[in-house]
Write a protein that binds this ligand. Structure first.
Ligand code: THU
Length: 160
């Protein structure tokens, strides 16, 4: 038996103003996208904004359903829309912001596991890392240079 240690490195910015200007712009769009969330059940609004290598920005927000599992997270709404609209474009960066309607969400909210797996698919497809930035309603912003840093031991198509 041997033990395997998995480490990851993230960057933490104190607030949105500390981000490079282009990322602030992307995060602003994610914050704005939160307003389009349809979240009558969880009251938890999430917005995502994706920058493509053709300079297009795609946004998404969580869309819920009375049949709860039929709803979809903001990150997947955005990334599937990007894939559907610009199938040949590379995804450079994704910004995510989440805000509860009931309480202050001032800590960075990372993408859920299912969203990480979905984003990983595109990272593998394009053979180029996707930068991920995530925050709550306000406060710190966490950056990961690659989705892979957020999902060690990810499942990929090499085993199929
Ligand atoms: N949600 C997202 O949009 N992204 C995540 O990564 C985590 C959760 C949404 C799904 C649901 O509409 C609400 O937040 C509460 O789980």
């Amino acid at each position: 038996m041997k033990e395997v240690k998995i480490e990851t490195t993230l960057q933490v910015y104190l607030n949105i103003d500390e981000l490079p200007e282009a990322i602030q712009d992307l995060m602003d769009k994610a914050v704005k996208a939160r307003e389009n969330a349809y979240a009558p059940y969880s009251k938890f609004n999430v917005g995502a904004a994706i920058l493509l290598d053709n300079n297009e920005i795609i946004i998404g927000s969580n869309q819920e359903n009375a049949s709860y599992p039929s709803g979809l997270c903001a990150e997947r709404t955005a990334i599937y829309y990007a894939g559907a609209k610009y199938p040949n474009a590379k995804i450079l960066k994704m910004a995510v912001s989440a805000s509860s309607q009931n309480k202050v969400t001032n800590k960075p909210i990372p993408p859920c596991g299912a969203c990480r797996q979905s984003i990983a698919e595109y990272e593998i497809k394009q053979n180029q890392p996707i930068e991920i930035y995530f925050m709550g309603k306000e406060g710190k912003v966490v950056k990961s240079d690659s989705l892979a840093n957020l999902l060690p031991l990810l499942f990929d198509n090499s085993v199929l």
